[in-house]
Structures are given as structure tokens and as C-alpha cells.
Design a protein around this ligand. Structure first.
Ligand code: DX5
Ligand code: ZN
Length: 219
């Protein structure tokens, strides 16, 4: 039920294949792949060719977080590159409902991401179609930022919204999740945990074990 989705953005790109193998060997099932376009967010990261390349060697579930404007343009490209799940930002998408359908048609699971200031009511008429909601717990764009405390209430509210509709939508949190903040996000109801610097900074295997231990406290 709980999954750690290490954010590749914080990996050492000079040793990417080796580090991805290491996380897979440690029992991790998901990989969070942050795509940034320099427009929706200030920074630029990587795109389809990098994903297609790591797809050849990896059995991880590719959880692709598109921080790009008008992501509708790229759904098929990311599906072909090897995405298993595609998450688009509600703020970046002109026709969110259609985009979610396109993601499913492309054979992927569909997620919608909300920035910290975006209210949950944006999900009102699409929640039933989603496999996952990603709540940004920092403003998107960079790894290594601090968790925004107000996010804890938002996770609880989303959990309530999902349960009141009899849904089983996954709740992903992304940004500033580490050994100090993990308990509050799990307690609030998140079950898919993105972590970049807290996985790839220092001893990767030990970091992963810490997250796995935390999950056990809530299972
Ligand atoms: C931020 C990205 C995150 C980021 C998380 O815009 O969406 O996935 O890599 O990094 P940490 O865990 O270091 O905050
Ligand atoms: Zn992300």
C-alpha cells in the first residue's frame, strides 16, 4: 500500500544506471521522474530520450511528473518513452478532463498534481477518473526545499474527500519529505512518498531503509 518513489532529479547523473539499480535492489518499486520545461517552472531537467534510455535497463514503475505547460501535447511521447503513470498539473492544463482521458488511452495510469496554493476543489469533477493525486508540498521547480507545513491539513482534507466518495485514489506527496517530515505526511493519509535529497543524499541504501521502517509503523 505504501510506496517510496525516489526522485531521480537528485540522483548523480554521472552514475545514473548504477544508482537506479541500487534502489531497485533495495526493494523500491517506483521511480519519480521530474520533467521540467523552463516555463511552467523556472528550471529545465530532462525529457523523453533520457526516460527511453533508462527504460531499457529498469523494471521500476515509472512515475512521470510533468512540470510543463500544456502537457496535453506530450502524453503519447511520454507513454512511448516508457512512462507507467503520467501526472499533469491542474494549473498547466487547459482541458484537464480530456488530458486525463488521453493518459488512460495511451495505456498509462493518470495523476493530477496541485501546487501548494491550488485548492482541492479543482479536483471536484475529475477525482473519480484519477489513479493518484499528487500534492506538492513545496513550490515545484527544485529539489531540496523545505516542506510547507500547511500541506498536512491539505493531505487530511484530500483523504477525507477520497473516502467520502468511496474511492481508493492514491495520495502522493512531493517536496521536502525526509526523516523529520515523513511521520506527519503518513499520519495525514499520504501513501506514495516522493523523496529526492532524502534518498540520494548520503547512503542511499540506509536512506531507503529508513523510509521502509517508517511505512511499517503505519501498515
Ligand atoms: C520538485 C520536484 C520534486 C523534487 C523533490 O519540483 O517535483 O520531485 O525532486 O525533491 P526533495 O525530496 O529533495 O524535496
Ligand atoms: Zn516531482
Amino acid at each position: 500500500m505504501y510506496q517510496l518513489s525516489p526522485s531521480m532529479l537528485s540522483a548523480d547523473f554521472n552514475r545514473l544506471g548504477e544508482q537506479l539499480k541500487m534502489i531497485e535492489d533495495s526493494g523500491v518499486k517506483w521511480l519519480h521522474i521530474d520533467v521540467m520545461d523552463g516555463d511552467f517552472v523556472p528550471s529545465i531537467s530532462f525529457g523523453m530520450p533520457v526516460i527511453a534510455s533508462i527504460r531499457k535497463e529498469s523494471g521500476l514503475f515509472f512515475d512521470v511528473h510533468l512540470m510543463v505547460s500544456n502537457p496535453d501535447r506530450y502524453i503519447d511521447d511520454f507513454a512511448k518513452a516508457g512512462a507507467d503513470m503520467i501526472t499533469v498539473h491542474a494549473e498547466a492544463c487547459r482541458h484537464l478532463e480530456g488530458c486525463i482521458s488521453d493518459i488512460h488511452k495511451a495505456g498509462c495510469k493518470a495523476g493530477v498534481a496541485l501546487n501548494p496554493a491550488t485548492p482541492l476543489c479543482q479536483l471536484e469533477y475529475v477525482l473519480h477518473k484519477l489513479d493518484m493525486v499528487l500534492l506538492m508540498t513545496v513550490n515545484p521547480g527544485f529539489g531540496g526545499q523545505s516542506y510547507i507545513e500547511k500541506s498536512t491539513d491539505k493531505i487530511k482534507d484530500l483523504k477525507e474527500m477520497i473516502q467520502s466518495r468511496g474511492l481508493e485514489t492514491d495520495i502522493q506527496v512531493d517536496g521536502g519529505v525526509n526523516s523529520k517530515t515523513i511521520d506527519k505526511v503518513l499520519e495525514a493519509g499520504a501513501n506514495i512518498i516522493v523523496a529526492g535529497s532524502a534518498v540520494f543524499g548520503g547512503d542511499i541504501r540506509a536512506n531507503i531503509e529508513n523510509f521502509q521502517e517508517a511505512f511499517k509503523r503505519y501498515e
